[in-house]
Design a protein around this ligand. Structure first.
Ligand code: GDP
Length: 471
């Protein structure tokens, strides 16, 4: 069921007119713990629990963005804790409603006791993500900004935090608005032409329409490409270190991790299992697995490790293929080069501190970047890092550019992109303007779904249920 935003508000507000409350800080012991109350009765609920030390001061008389120092009390009159109450007046708050935040000491036992009193005073427990859901329903933010808030909370690096903050400030939303506005004005023009042919409407320039659609197609392509990079920066790319036994895979793994994750020996088959870890290389995150060499073995346990390696080689999206320059290349090396032919990969020519017995030209026909490395002396490591960032496209990552950050956003944009291509084909084949307009309309629908202006109830609920309670 597709509902427009006003219907969506009606559906959600049937059960959301109540005043909600939750602990908004992490459920752990800390210096300060915050209870957030939001809704029409937020101030009166807070007033039943909180009393300012200055007995003349009342929350209901206070302006937005002001604070009062005092105490929180149980209904029996028992003083529970010291507290600072911070007041936000609608619509100038996170949710767009009246909000009171009670900052108490951060002990969980005490916070729960205060929250119990807030419930007794008339608030109901907030569901996961309900504060942010209300911000969305009150049009404080669109869906891409709501998703960005979840990303800010889970960001693990400077680049992903900056990108999430930029999305929260509406970078993606503005870009999608630009694309959909251009399609909407094109659609309106086409509709006016087909519906009122006798009126004096500016003649249609099919060449200009085609140009406009081609431009929109490129905009969509750019945004779709941004998803792959944002995924590598935020969640990481599954990476396998592959190569025959003893070429230095585990040494490379340890070098990348900056610590010993894999056992390094010169005994063949030392790495029997798949060792996994995540490392940050510049802006990129590699979800690494060091694998057993891909050779046949009599040893049952080692053979299981080798089978796991084969699976990893197939499932990984990025390969670091390691070769030993001090030993002639053999069948196993060439088999590996064939296996990774169609994969994103870097060929690491290891043991460059020893005399090389073959030249890198031999690998030229495979069309992959090659990097000389000595995992032992670490020489060539900077060049490897540089090559990894170049190959993954994260070197010039700009966190402030509009980019897609979730699978949901990608699915919506992909659907808009396909509709734009259909509209373009309809123009190029000389089909009726009605047919062109149907395709443009469905592209606009997909874009409005992306920003949440035409959200299905299921999609919105799916997004907010992944939030923590209190956000
Ligand atoms: P794997 O079986 O591919 O994981 O190889 P390892 O990382 O276990 O290394 C096998 C042997 O090669 C060990 O004795 C390492 O010390 C040695 N080795 C690894 N990298 C280098 C290197 O760059 N130069 C030299 N001279 N020896 C290396």
């Amino acid at each position: 069921m597709v509902v427009d935003i006003s219907t969506a508000i009606f559906i959600f507000f049937e059960d959301s007119m109540s005043t909600i409350a939750a602990i908004s800080t992490a459920p752990a012991v800390g210096g300060i713990g915050v209870i957030r109350i939001s809704g029409e009765d937020a101030v009166s609920v807070a007033e039943r629990v909180f009393k300012a030390r200055d007995t003349h001061k009342r929350l209901s008389d206070m302006k937005g963005y002001t604070a009062a120092y005092g105490y929180v009390y149980a209904s029996c009159g028992e003083k529970l804790d010291e507290c600072v109450a911070l007041l936000f007046r609608a619509p100038h708050s996170y949710t767009g409603e009246d909000v009171v935040e009670l900052s108490c000491h951060g002990g969980l036992f005490l916070l729960k006791k205060v929250l119990e009193q807030v419930y007794l005073a008339g608030a109901v427990p907030a569901e996961a993500g309900e504060f942010t859901k209300r911000a969305f329903l009150n049009k404080k933010i669109d869906l891409t900004q709501a998703e960005a808030i979840a990303s800010i909370i889970s960001a693990q690096s400077e680049a992903s935090a900056a990108a999430a903050l930029s999305a929260k400030e509406g970078t993606l939303y503005k870009r999608i608005e630009e694309i959909s506005s251009s399609l909407i004005s094109l659609s309106a023009h086409l509709a006016a032409w087909t519906d009122y042919p006798e009126d004096d409407i500016e003649a249609l320039d099919m060449h200009a329409i085609e140009k406009n659609l081609l431009h929109t197609k490129e905009d969509c392509q750019k945004l779709l490409a941004s998803f792959d990079i944002s995924l590598i920066v935020n969640e990481g790319v599954e990476t396998a270190i592959l190569g025959r036994t003893n070429v230095g895979k585990s040494s490379l793994m340890n070098l990348l991790c900056g610590e010993q994750k894999s056992i390094v020996t010169d005994i063949e088959g030392t790495t029997r299992d798949v060792v996994e870890t995540s490392v940050r290389i510049g802006n990129a995150v590699l979800r690494l697995s060091d694998t057993a060499g891909l050779r046949e073995s009599e040893d049952t346990i080692e053979q299981i490790g080798i089978d796991l390696s084969r699976k990893k080689a197939q499932s990984a999206n990025f390969i670091l293929a390691v070769f030993d320059v001090s030993k002639p290349l053999n069948e196993e090396d060439f088999a590996l080069l064939e296996t990774i032919k169609n994969k994103r990969a870097i060929l690491v020519l290891n043991k460059s501190d020893l005399s090389a017995v073959w030249e890198p030209d031999i690998l030229q026909k495979y069309g992959k970047k090659t990097v000389y490395l000595s995992a032992k002396s670490e020489s060539g490591f900077d060049a490897l890092i540089n090559a990894v960032e170049e190959e993954l496209g994260t070197k010039d990552f700009n966190p402030y550019a509009p980019m897609l950050a979730t699978q949901r956003q990608k699915v919506c944009l992909q659907s808009a992109y396909e509709s734009v291509i259909q509209a373009l084909e309809a123009v190029q084949l000389g089909m009726t303007l009605d047919a062109v307009n149907v395709c443009i309309d469905s592209a606009v629908e997909a874009l409005l779904e992306l920003t949440g202006q035409r959200a299905t109830q299921r999609i919105s609920e799916e997004i907010f249920k992944n939030f923590c309670v209190g956000k």
